[in-house]
Design a protein around this ligand. Structure first.
Ligand code: FAD
Length: 421
């Protein structure tokens, strides 16, 4: 039935395509890692994503700046290094970015495919999860849409690694989606790159006339209408243009449209401006733009523990710590960063009431301050590793994720090379 404001959909039977021990929804840094971790622990694992490649923001979103990290994060780096896919910015004239690495997104897509397939993870790409299947307070699967229509995948443990908490939101878990100005997670983006740069010429210009570069960069901000950060990319002849769009919400389709259209509008004027005025950019051109819109922050689970900015700053310790955020990693840390490693308890991945479900990655249980600090690739990889390992343990022990033996999980993680206190 159709009214002026609504369309009534009839109830229908949905076919179950397949089932697995662990179903991971979302193949960004957290989801890929969770799936590999679960499969390595012996779980039959499915990894689903709405797009055709793995990596989420780290590939499709062109978010290419990685901090070093232990566990699976180090494996990503080792594999990328072997194919010349990492550029260490400390080796360039970019001292402020010296702690970080720029990766090649295309090589990373291939490497993540290799890593998942080698581990026996079953990939379900081009599949958009639209609803959780919940029975008796337990998430038992997800319904997804694809070119084959609407189908379901069932699992003993479902991991929501969609970044936006799509699965737990539709399952009825509590979450917080407030995004206050002042947190980096409130800003969206559409990253793009400028190619054909003579980096030596540009570096010389920056060295000799640093103030002039700052001035031209500021003029670029004004032209764009929002803050941008051009940084040398994985290849020195390719600049990475990060941007920061305020006041838009990635959970609103109108806002997604706005960012997509309006950032694209400024790409030609901006790179043409640099081409004209910045030494080294004379032969530059628009290299590419992200196929996946840049979402820094979104829903945050209200889990069995909500990590707060205060806990992070004071370096609070937990008995069920499953990852530490090393203090040597400056990205996203506030100026008053804590004196010690910051710990995250397993409970940040576990919903308060719902069973059968874990959340991993940027939608983990945290307040805005903690999320803004820890929602970076290396930390999301670590969360994925903890969630995937925990899911496999839950399946093996035939218990709910909230009931697993935490000491056993911590031992498994340490055996995998994860650093724990
Ligand atoms: C512009 C920008 C700059 C950033 N800069 C940095 C930086 O310099 N360094 C850094 O470390 N971090 C940075 N970040 C943060 C970093 O990108 C995130 O912390 C990280 O990517 C989060 O990983 P994730 O796996 O939780 O989510 P995502 O990377 O968002 O991955 C989520 C995955 O889920 C899939 N998905 C979503 N919904 C569904 C659905 N309903 N069904 C099926 N699949 C779905 C998506 O396609 C995607 O593959 C930046 C982020 C942005 C946007």
């Amino acid at each position: 039935m159709v009214t002026a404001k609504t369309v009534h959909e009839s109830p229908r039977e949905t076919n179950i395509l397949t089932e697995a021990d662990v179903v991971v929804v979302g193949a960004g840094p957290a989801g890929v890692t969770a799936a590999i971790a679960a499969a390595r622990e012996g779980a039959d694992t499915i990894l689903m994503d709405r797009y055709g490649h793995l990596g989420g923001m780290a590939t499709g979103g062109l978010v290419l700046m990685f901090n070093p990290s232990a566990g699976q994060g180090q494996e990503w780096m080792d594999r990328l290094n072997k194919v010349n896919g990492v550029h260490d910015l400390s080796r360039t004239s970019e001292p402020e970015w010296g702690h970080t690495r720029m990766v090649d997104p295309e090589l990373l897509k291939c490497i993540l495919n290799d890593m998942t397939l080698e581990t026996g993870v079953r990939l379900l790409l081009h599949s958009w999860s639209s609803a959780a299947v919940v029975d008796n307070n337990t998430v038992k699967g997800v319904i997804f849409e694809s070119k084959s229509g609407r189908q379901a995948v069932m699992g003993k443990v479902i991991i929501d690694a969609t970044g936006d908490g799509d699965v737990y939101a539709s399952a009825g878990a509590e979450f917080d989606a407030s995004l206050d100005k002042g947190y980096r997670t409130s800003e969206m983006a559409m990253v793009f790159r400028i190619g054909g740069i003579n980096f030596d010429k540009f570096a010389e210009f920056r060295k000799v006339q640093p103030q002039e570069w700052v001035k031209l960069r500021e003029e670029g901000f004004e032209l764009a209408g929002f803050h941008i950060a051009p940084i040398p990319g994985q290849r020195q002849d390719v600049f990475w243009v990060n941007n920061f769009i305020r006041g838009k919400n990635c959970l609103k389709v109108e806002d997604l449209n706005w960012v997509e259209v309006n950032v694209r509008k400024i790409m030609i004027p901006l790179y043409s401006f640099y081409k004209k005025v910045v030494p080294g950019f004379e032969n530059s051109y628009l290299y590419d733009s992200a196929s996946q819109i840049g979402t820094r922050g979104s829903r945050r689970l209200i889990g069995a523990h909500v990590l707060t900015g205060e806990e992070a700053k004071t370096g609070k310790k937990f008995d069920d710590t499953v990852l530490i955020f090393p203090r040597g990693v400056p990205l996203s840390w506030p100026a008053d960063r804590p004196p010690e490693n910051v710990e995250m308890p397993y409970r940040c991945l576990v919903p308060v009431k719902l069973d059968g479900l874990l959340a991993a990655g940027r939608c983990f249980s945290s307040d805005q301050a903690a999320n803004s600090m820890f929602n970076v690739i290396s930390h999301c990889i670590q969360m994925g590793q903890a969630a995937g390992t925990a899911a496999a343990l839950a399946v093996q022990s035939k218990v709910q994720p909230r009931e697993i033996d935490i000491k056993g999980l911590q031992k498994r993680l340490i055996a995998q090379g994860v650093e724990l206190p």
